[in-house]
Design a protein around this ligand. Structure first.
Ligand SMILES: Cc1cc2nc3c(=O)[nH]c(=O)nc-3n(C[C@H](O)[C@H](O)[C@H](O)COP(=O)(O)OP(=O)(O)OC[C@H]3O[C@@H](n4cnc5c(N)ncnc54)[C@H](O)[C@@H]3O)c2cc1C
Length: 436
């Protein structure tokens, strides 16, 4: 059996490893158009933030490591066309025949139509574009970042760290709106908005860009003569190469069944190419995150011979360090309550991280008003508390009654932990809708 996997990033690599592990006799060929596999898309931000010293460190796996698991890896090889019904693909290294094909070609920062109009916007998701952007950064003091989502804010944080003046543009009226409620983030963005060199442009959408002026839909402008413009807005897959051979969803992702098979038999799609089932909304959503790329690829591998296991519903969960803050979020936000079928309530609280260590962690819990099941959590602290979000994600998935949180097994240590009594008290007093 010959399995071809196209794309050498998170979804392609983990799918290849899992297929080879489950079916050692299968011939597994992974094709990647870049020179190397396994680049981490936040490499440039990590470098600018001082987390790594060179982009060479921004890889999670090498070709040699992958080949050790028995996978054949073809790099610098681009798939240029697909004939899915004949089970043939054309590549820059010749024609290849497959029995099963896994599409793991991901998404692009260049999918927006802005790029048709202004070719000089820089991106940085892959190594090559990150190198070009890094070089261009040497020439400028001012950088315009389009998009204040996780990627844009991480980049802005790194650019400030490097002493640049940063102009962040966001269509919404606050940053990180996909993961945090506005009331929860208010103190974060008012504080960071005062950081020297950082300017937010909220409620502004880029309408047009030429060599010297960036025009917003509002009519406002920014002079970009000596500025570098970087895109950090939403990514989407590029599907034109499939020439309508595959059924697509309305958001331009590839349609797959519960077992990751596309509308064409023996052709599968994973990672950023597809939607995933949402645990909270009981519908499919587009959530281009690494965890989803890995989980979809694992499930795909298990179904490659026969359909055995459906994809488990996902919770969108992120953790990020921005400027001096650690921020994490999982599940439903209060602002999304209209998408949930029952009444939703929330509580916000600020607690000391431990009994003796008085630094705070601010938490917002969103829960079902009738069942008291936890639905979503947001947290922020100046201390590295990101791991806590994984525990909350588990509480959500296990549908645990929020009033029993302090009865869950946990340790107490006066230096490293707090008692959960304060959390418990909130619900005991029936005070379940105010800031504590
Ligand atoms: C700047 C940035 C930072 C991010 N940070 C995070 C983060 O911190 N945490 C998180 O969870 N998610 C993050 N994400 C999202 C995450 O990167 C994606 O969800 C993940 O990379 C998807 O993996 P994938 O394998 O599906 O696709 P991709 O990573 O997009 O990889 C697709 C691969 O296919 C190759 N390819 C494409 N077309 C062809 C072709 N025709 N022939 C051969 N090869 C081809 C590409 O070169 C690429 O290597 C970030 C995204 C961006 C843009």
């Amino acid at each position: 059996m010959k399995i071809i996997i196209v794309g050498g990033s998170f979804s392609g690599i983990y799918c290849a490893i899992k297929v080879k592990e489950l079916y050692p006799s299968f011939e597994v060929l992974l094709i990647e158009k870049k020179e190397k596999i396994g680049y981490i898309p936040s490499g440039l931000s990590m470098l600018l933030n001082g987390e790594i010293r060179s982009l060479d460190e921004a890889y999670f796996m090498t070709k040699e490591e992958l080949e050790k698991s028995g996978v054949t890896v073809l790099t610098s090889t681009e798939v240029t066309s697909y004939n899915l019904s004949s089970k043939v693909i054309e590549t820059t290294n010749g024609t290849k025949q497959f029995d099963k094909l896994v599409l793991a070609t991901g998404s692009s920062q260049k999918s927006s139509k802005m790029f048709d109009e202004f070719s000089d916007i820089k991106t940085y998701k892959d190594r090559e574009s990150a190198e070009i952007t890094l070089k261009a950064l040497e020439e400028v003091k001012d950088v315009v970042v389009i998009g204040a989502g996780q990627a844009g804010m991480e980049l802005a944080s790194g650019l400030i760290h490097q002493g640049k003046r940063v102009h962040v543009i966001e269509t919404m009226d606050y940053p990180l709106y996909k993961y945090f409620d506005k009331d929860f983030l208010e103190s974060f963005y008012t504080t960071t908005g005062k950081i020297e060199g950082l300017t937010f442009y909220f409620n502004e959408t880029v309408k047009q860009i030429d060599d010297s002026i960036l025009l917003f839909s509002s009519g406002n402008t920014i002079d970009i003569t000596d500025k570098l413009v970087l895109s950090a807005n939403s990514v989407r897959p590029e599907l034109s190469i499939f020439k309508n051979q595959l059924k697509a969803n309305s958001d331009h992702t590839i349609f797959v069944d519960d077992y990751l098979e596309t509308s064409v038999q023996d052709v599968y799609a994973v990672g950023d190419l597809i939607q995933v089932p949402s645990f909270i909304f009981q519908t499919n959503v587009y959530a281009p995150l690494i965890v989803n790329a890995v989980q979809t690829s694992m499930t795909c591998a298990k179904n490659i011979v026969e359909k055995k296991e459906t994809l488990r519903p996902m919770l969108k969960t992120i953790g990020v360090k921005l400027f001096d803050y650690y921020l994490a979020s999982t599940g439903l936000m209060e602002s999304e309550d209209f998408l949930y079928h029952e009444e939703v309530k929330s509580v916000m609280m600020t607690l000391p991280i431990s009994t003796v260590y008085k630094k705070d962690i601010k938490v917002k819990l969103v829960y079902d008003a009738t069942t008291y099941h936890l639905l979503g959590v947001q947290l922020i602290s100046k201390e590295p508390v990101l791991d806590k979000i994984n525990t909350f994600a588990l509480v959500i998935k296990e549908k645990i009654d929020i009033r029993t949180l302090n009865q869950l097994p946990h340790f107490y240590n006066a230096v490293f932990a707090n008692t959960s009594l304060s959390l418990f008290d909130v619900f005991e007093k029936g005070d379940d809708s105010s800031e504590v």
